[in-house]
Write a protein that binds this ligand. Structure first.
Ligand SMILES: Cc1cc2nc3c(=O)[nH]c(=O)nc-3n(C[C@H](O)[C@H](O)[C@H](O)COP(=O)(O)OP(=O)(O)OC[C@H]3O[C@@H](n4cnc5c(N)ncnc54)[C@H](O)[C@@H]3O)c2cc1C
Length: 444
């Protein structure tokens, strides 16, 4: 991260190295820096997938007690970082570079420090990284494995409707029984598991017939969703000596798609030779975007003009940094939120469902239902059944969507059972342990 005066913060994932570097930049922020780096160390020992191993809406008192005892050693860091955003944490620094850079360190300022520190910690331990060949190779390896296990995949088979049947001559329970494709082919199903867009599943594929107030509220637009613009360039220049990701902090903003931008992040993928021919580089800039800004002009010539304007501003910016680059650009690709929506079906072009923020953290802790009220044998999976999205989260949620773990018709846990679990925790942990646990509950 580079400020307008050229001061540079390097975000090392090694907490010792990060601590030494940050202290060099700002000795006056020593205590905050130590807390930050200690947070990274603590999260190297925390397995976030613990939170996703069982559907919490179906957990009974003993399940909660088991989860509680596994979380207990981590109550301190969870309480300290679980409800603190990078923006709020960054504001505590005295040093002007750190005040500006810390909120941007993890790409968006509303990210919870718990998620941010885990990201650094898992990168440090080798538990997180970049898949060689990027998302395409990653998907292909899953496809290969699935086919080896006997699975079949039907590409280009967009579902138009999930069809339901009713028991007892139309008066009994409703079942998800078939899917109808846009080709009008219909496929019978023992279970229907939708890993497609949450809103589309509930309100389009099922016509909004199986909802309650809570579900309607989830999709009324009040929760934070991240829509983005990505400008990608293929350049005839070797940028492998440059850092793979630099965020430039600007004095004077660039106005892009109606917003003043004081930060521009630029990545190059030279570390993966499969992504560009030798001697060339793939470069991207990714920006937050307002879906409705683009939706208003979709289908008009203005849309194309606006897209080219955005890439033009980014290219001007890069050409300033890398003289001669403009003439070396061989490919320009502009992806706006509507493109993400068109390709993935995701509501508002969201890249990860609802963002994990202080507002949505309680949804994650309480867990969200993977079923719909009044409909049996329909399960929802993917980035719309817990806030935060991302590939690890979606994968960690997999067991929750397994029909074996979700016997249809099992009643969700009642409020009095949730209270009972605290009694069990007291018996298991004693009052001191429970006090620690209350601290965690306060975070929840
Ligand atoms: C540019 C970008 C960069 C990202 N970078 C990262 C990253 O570095 N690390 C990370 O962990 N996460 C990253 N994410 C987030 C991550 O990709 C998502 O959270 C994750 O892919 C969500 O998985 P999913 O299975 O829920 O949904 P998706 O991956 O969106 O898959 C949904 C699938 O359903 C299909 N579908 C939709 N409607 C229908 C229908 N009616 N019928 C049939 N099929 C349908 C779609 O075609 C799509 O294939 C990124 C996302 C984006 C957009």
């Amino acid at each position: 991260m580079v400020d307008p005066g050229g001061r540079t913060l390097i975000v090392y994932c090694d907490p010792d190295r990060l601590e030494a570097h940050l202290k060099e930049l700002s000795p006056a922020d020593g205590r905050l820096i130590e807390a930050l780096c200690e947070g990274v160390r603590r999260f190297t020992r925390f397995d976030m997938s613990l939170l996703a191993q069982q559907p919490r809406t179906l957990m009974g008192p003993l399940d909660w007690a088991r989860l509680g005892s596994k979380l207990l050693p981590h109550v301190g860091p969870l309480a300290q970082w679980g409800l603190l955003s990078a923006r709020a944490f960054g504001a505590r620094f005295k040093d002007p570079l750190l005040r500006r850079a810390v909120p941007q360190m993890f790409a968006w300022p509303e990210i919870l420090m718990m998620a941010a520190l885990s990201l650094l910690a898992y990168t440090y331990t080798g538990n997180a990284g970049f898949p060689a060949g990027a998302s395409l190779e990653f998907s292909r390896s899953i496809e290969r494995h699935y086919r080896e296990l006997g699975g079949q995949i039907h590409y280009k088979s967009e579902v138009e409707r999930i069809l339901t049947h009713t028991d007892g001559g139309g008066v009994g329970r409703q079942w998800a029984a078939e899917v109808r494709l846009y080709s009008d082919d219909e496929h019978r199903a023992d279970y229907v598991i939708s890993a497609a867009d949450g809103r589309g599943t509930v309100f389009d594929l099922l016509d909004g017939r199986f909802v309650n107030r809570g579900i309607k509220r989830l999709y009324d637009g009040h929760l934070p969703v991240y829509s983005q613009v990505q400008i990608s360039l293929g350049v005839d220049r070797d940028l492998s000596a440059e850092p793979h990701w630099v965020t430039y902090l600007l004095d004077r903003p660039l106005t892009i798609a109606g917003d003043e931008r004081y930060e521009i992040g630029v990545k190059n993928y030279c570390f993966d030779p499969s992504l560009a021919p030798a001697g060339k580089s793939a470069v991207i800039a990714m920006l937050t975007a307002h879906y409705h800004y683009w939706q208003r002009i979709y289908g008009h010539r203005l849309y194309d003009t606006e897209q080219s304007q955005v890439s033009g501003i980014i290219i001007d910016f890069l050409a300033n940094l890398y003289p001669g680059l403009r003439a070396q650009i061989e490919v320009v690709d502009e992806a706006m939120p509507l493109r993400y929506e068109r390709y993935t079906g995701n509501w508002l072009g969201s890249s990860c469902g609802w963002l994990l923020t202080t507002q949505t953290m309680p949804m994650m802790i309480r867990g969200m239902s993977k079923t719909l009220p009044g409909l049996h044998n329909l399960f929802m999976a993917g980035q719309w059944v817990e806030p935060g999205g991302t590939v690890p989260m979606v994968c960690a949620l997999r067991p929750q969507c397994d029909p074996v773990n979700l016997p249809s018709g099992r009643a969700p846990v009642r409020d009095d059972q949730e209270l009972e679990y605290l009694d069990i925790m007291r018996a298991a942990l004693g009052d001191a342990g429970l006090a620690h646990f209350h601290e965690l509950c306060r975070v929840l």
